[in-house]
Unconditional design. Structure first.
Length: 231
């Protein structure tokens, strides 16, 4: 199976690259800035690393033109912002939507001709529990991840008749670089609030992504992977 993963140089994306490559899939991943990390993941897994900003349609199109094909598209690339609604400027607000939402638009449209030609395909989008319930001081991020959920459901309805499935994972608190701005005390407090008493790992989310990529009769679903923090 040919798997394309965005944001594959670190965090959840890198864990997904490792998981699919580890089971023998042909994996390619997109990344924007982390050249050294991307080389390390590619060297470890044998995956093809392609530098592209998912917010730039021409860069995405060029990257996909170098691929032999795609069966599964995992849209994992994302950025965050911490602060009150009054503390985020319009430029940064727009950048969050450009990466987190428009990036999916670009990648889906790049993969769609291949999916439609064979009347089959699987799309897995990475949302967030904050896209489901919202988070104080993360208004922009929550808004983008809510949009990802709505987009996923719309894609499932639109593309289902063509044999293409669309699902999303909604991770909880996951110990990645994205939460480095959050204090250890806050992270530990969130872990205590979760039913399972811990925060997630990138590997936890990668396992859920794998399930949705493979499940032949599952589409339009949002799988919460949050340790019981949001139920």
């Amino acid at each position: 199976m040919r798997v394309v993963i965005t944001g594959g140089s670190r965090g959840i994306g890198a864990a997904a690259v490792r998981r699919f490559a580890g089971r023998g899939d042909e994996v390619a991943f997109l990344y924007e800035k982390e050249h050294e990390a991307a080389r390390a993941v590619a060297g470890e897994t044998g995956a093809l690393a392609l530098c592209a900003d998912v917010a730039a349609g021409e860069e995405v199109a060029e990257a996909f033109s170098r691929l032999p094909g795609v069966d599964v598209l995992v849209n994992c690339a994302g950025i965050a912002h911490y602060g009150t609604i009054s503390q985020i400027g319009e430029t940064e607000w727009d950048r969050l939507f450009a990466v987190n939402v428009k990036g999916i638009y670009h990648c889906v449209n790049a993969a769609l001709p291949v999916f439609l030609a064979k009347q089959a395909g699987s799309i897995v989008n990475v949302s967030s529990m904050w896209g489901q319930v919202g988070a104080s001081c993360e208004a922009a991020y929550s808004a983008t991840k809510g949009a990802v959920i709505a987009l996923t459901k719309a894609l499932a309805k639109e593309l289902g008749p063509s044999g293409i499935r669309g699902n999303a994972v909604a991770p909880g608190v996951v110990e990645t670089d994205m939460v480095r701005a959050v204090s250890r005390d806050v992270l530990d407090g969130l872990a205590e609030e979760a039913a399972l008493g811990r925060n997630g790992t990138p590997g936890d989310i990668a396992r859920a992504i794998e399930y949705l990529a493979d499940a032949p009769f599952v589409t339009g679903q949002v799988l919460g992977v949050n340790g019981g923090l949001v139920i």
